[in-house]
Design a binder for this molecule. Structure first.
Ligand code: HEC
Length: 394
């Protein structure tokens, strides 16, 4: 029991830290992207300054200038932005261990997809995380990333292919988290292994009175453009575990493919606006079409549904299914090892509670295969179809 209670609070502490660090990281990176794009050149700026911006916030005015390479004299104090990114990754990784690796049988594995042991699933997850990052890093270092459009298309196809593969190895929820973790890792590694070290080398060269290698700055810029376009999709993937219809339906991988495309398109709108260019309003048409496509795809039902039972099922049938597949966890006193209270307060232990939770049952177990987690109690496609027919008639 204690292990379960401790793991619950560890998950809260690290989730809290993770969200706050990510807010700080994304906030500062969006701020700097917008600032960078809004800088305007003007006569009479100091030597080496490429532009300036005026901003008002918190009762005062800020006058910001950007030195393209470096000021004539290095300031004695320099603020670096890196711990936001590092803390996001470190807390996220601990959270992944607490939630996914230590509960792999519930959240990482789905026996009806592939019958992995928790150890196999954990190794697969960690191994593919490292491998995907190495492949990305190799592609960037080989110079492929200089060809922006082909690299963007190649990267997109790579991520969609990974998603497709993950949804055929891990549970839907585990697969979404996995692809999100890979993108997040790539983004943090860009800061840790390229952007910050290159900036340090530039500062060191300047302090030594040498001209810094322009390739250093270029590589850093390239990676920060990648990060800019990956930010929106990664956030959707990280909150996707609250949306069974996203991760627990038949075309879940295609939904990720749409999200991966929409994120950069939406960023494009803001990038253009911050540059002072005419706003590309078409972006919102594309975004709306993408969301409608997601809505339609998510209605396709879970992978393993059979055609619905023809007759309207009796409530006794429904009760029998829910009692035998759900109530060992969703009861006031669960009998499932490691579960100490009804998960999310959802009680499914008698006819009244089942009736009351019809919508939730439908979203989690009839229209998607989110529950039972990892299909641990082996609900069948026929049983899901019965629940769907019942929920549809409510
Ligand atoms: C092995 C235990 C277990 C079984 C069996 C199980 N659940 Fe769950 N259920 C959970 C856990 C754990 C959560 C919380 C998931 C999370 O943390 O996101 C949950 C969450 C839920 C939720 C809340 C989702 C939300 O909106 O946050 C619903 C509804 C639900 N389950 C329905 C069902 C149904 C219906 C069945 C049977 C078909 C079922 N569960 C079987 C463990 C179980």
């Amino acid at each position: 029991m204690w292990a379960s209670i401790i793991s619950e609070w560890l998950s809260l502490i690290f989730r809290w830290l993770h969200v706050i660090a990510a807010v700080a990281w994304i906030g500062s990176s969006f701020y700097f992207i917008a600032l960078d794009l809004s800088l305007k050149p003007r006569e009479g700026l100091p030597k080496g300054v490429m532009g300036e911006a005026w901003q008002v916030h918190g009762g005062g005015f800020y006058h910001i200038v950007k030195y393209l390479v470096a000021p004539a004299q290095m300031p004695s104090e320099l603020t670096w932005f890196k711990w936001e990114a590092y803390t996001t990754w470190l807390s996220g990784f601990v959270l992944m261990i607490v939630v996914y690796y230590l509960n792999a049988d519930l959240f990482l594995v789905d026996k009806s997809i592939l019958d992995l042991t928790p150890i196999q699933a954990g190794l697969f997850s960690f191994g593919s995380l490292a491998l995907a990052w190495l492949l990305y890093e190799a592609a960037c270092r080989s110079g492929l990333a200089k060809h922006e459009l082909p690299f963007a298309i190649g990267g997109y196809v790579f991520l969609v292919a990974l998603t497709y593969a993950f949804t055929h190895v891990l549970s839907g929820r585990g697969a979404f988290n996995q692809i999100g973790a890979i993108i997040g890792t790539i983004m943090v590694a860009n800061v840790f292994a390229v952007i910050i070290p290159n900036q340090k080398k530039i500062v060191a060269a300047l302090l030594a009175g040498q001209a810094p290698d322009p390739r250093l700055g270029k590589a850093g810029k390239e990676r920060s453009v990648h990060n800019n376009y990956l930010t929106l999709p990664v956030v959707v993937l990280m909150i996707s575990n609250h949306y069974p219809l996203l991760f627990g339906t038949r075309y879940n991988w295609a939904i990720v493919a749409i999200v991966l495309a929409l994120g950069p398109v939406i960023r494009h709108f803001f990038n253009e606006r911050h540059k002072g260019n005419p706003s590309p309003w078409w972006v919102w048409g594309v975004a709306a079409a993408g969301m409608i496509a997601i809505l339609l795809l998510s209605a396709a039902g879970p992978r393993d549904t059979r055609t619905a039972a023809t007759a309207r099922p009796s409530f006794a049938q429904v009760e029998e299914i829910v009692t035998s597949r759900c109530s060992m966890c969703h009861a006031a006193e669960p009998v499932w090892d490691g579960i100490v209270a009804a998960p999310k307060g959802v009680l499914l232990d008698n006819a009244d509670n089942i009736q009351r939770n019809a919508r939730l049952i439908a979203r989690n177990a009839a229209w998607s295969s989110a529950m039972p987690p990892g299909n641990i109690t082996e609900i069948t496609g026929e049983e899901r179809a019965v629940l769907a027919a019942w929920a549809g008639a409510q």
